[in-house]
Design a protein around this ligand. Structure first.
Ligand code: GLN
Length: 203
């Protein structure tokens, strides 16, 4: 049996800022692979769904690998969604209601900060990940309006949950790939290594 030594992080490369996630992982020295079809899922240990436009990504998933992606997550493989990715992972999407993968028990409202404030950098806190305030980039970002009982809030800004986790699923309403701070990616890589049954933790 072929045993891979290090986890490979897949990045869904349909639309959106997948290249920035690749840049972050490259800088961290973590192996990554762009995922463009269901066949690619067999070669990765975890998946990042990047920010972009959910309507566009959904069209692709509906016509292609949506079912396989859901199965990949349901098998326990870590999946991390940022912004549009978080919307796709949510159990319920508001403004408007739309199809989703339903993998984390949150209700999330699209474009919830209003039109005039398209983008903003806010300071947030992720006490389990860092002792320092974290700079968070929001771009036409959603707001998590409801968090189910099994969901852990890992990060907050302005009293709102912005980084949440349920089992193998991690979701951020901001874009950690757009700053130099790699704590969220580092956290995700640790989840991958934990899933692989005590393989060497990512340093
Ligand atoms: N507004 C986008 C959507 O609803 C998400 C924006 C983003 O990913 N930066 O799909």
């Amino acid at each position: 049996m072929k045993v891979k030594k290090t986890s490979v992080v897949g990045i869904l490369a349909v639309q959106g800022d997948f290249a920035m996630h690749a840049r972050m992982l490259e800088r961290m020295g973590a192996p990554w692979k762009l995922v463009k079809s269901a066949a690619d899922l067999a070669e990765i240990d975890g998946l990042i769904i990047p920010g972009g436009e959910t309507t566009t990504i959904l069209k692709f998933l509906a016509g292609g690998m949506g079912k396989e992606l859901k199965e990949f997550a349901e098998q326990g493989n870590p999946v991390f969604g940022t912004c549009a990715g978080a919307i796709l992972l949510a159990k319920e999407v508001l403004n408007p209601s739309q199809a989703n993968l339903g993998l984390i028990d949150i209700s999330i409202e699209r474009n919830a900060y209003g039109r005039q404030v398209d983008s903003a950098i806010r300071q947030g806190l992720c006490p389990e990940l860092s002792d320092h305030p974290v700079e968070m980039v929001f771009i036409r970002a959603p707001i998590i309006r409801r968090v189910g009982d099994g969901v852990k809030i890992l990060g907050k800004t302005e009293e709102l949950p912005v980084l949440v986790e349920q089992g193998n699923i991690l979701a951020a309403t901001f874009h950690p790939e757009l700053t130099d701070n790699d704590i969220v990616h580092r956290y995700f890589l640790k989840k991958l290594d934990a899933t692989r049954g005590g393989a060497k933790p990512f340093q």
